[in-house]
Design a protein around this ligand. Sequence first.
Ligand SMILES: [Zn+2]
Length: 243
Amino acid sequence: MGFKQRLSRFAARHLANRWLPLNKGRGVVSFSFDDVPASACHQGAMLLELYQARGTFYVCGSLTDGIEQNQVCHSVVDLQRLLENGHEIGCHTYSHTNCANASSGFLLEDWERNLAFFRQHGITHHGFAFPFGAYDLGSKLAASKRFSYNRITGGGTQTVRADLSALRAQSLYSASSNMDALGALIKHTATEGGWLILYTHEVSETPGPWGATPALLEAALQAATQEGCQLLPVHRAIDFFLS
Ligand SMILES: [Zn+2]
């Protein structure tokens, strides 16, 4: 990576922050699903509900009724049912675009297209997740103006404070997640009164590299419950930390 790119990445990470204090003395774990395969709406949501939890689903309108990575994607009815059951819908661009490489004109148009898709189907939504966790200073600033919060990837948990312009999230992938490490992360979140946001894609007995088995999702739900964390969708977690 060249100097200019390193500088740009540093600026994106350290500028334009909007800090949310995490000082409620109780940890929160949020479960999120990107791109929203149909299995996340069915199997994923069902498991969350079993633990009195609700999740956040980051939707690209261009994937609705489509197929991505060999996974059948959500339908509009799936999204409406998620909302009825108290889950959160968020924006993930319309075309699943890499925001770090896109012009601001393109991004504003693409976001508007996704929000128009939500409006057309009466889908209320909060927040935004950068596809691929990719952002730069320009897209971080633009997304901060447009959305109440932005989620990135980046891994780990958040303690003391969280940047609403770039909320970190930890992958929950069967191919690469280690339940011991995840358990330790959840314990740390509980002890520090922090906020851990997990993200995955499909929930399947035979997931691809970016999905989780029902067993892994349930193990994370169980660990978070046992540690006394609150299980909240991202926008409700923000309300909790602001209250
Ligand atoms: Zn995505």
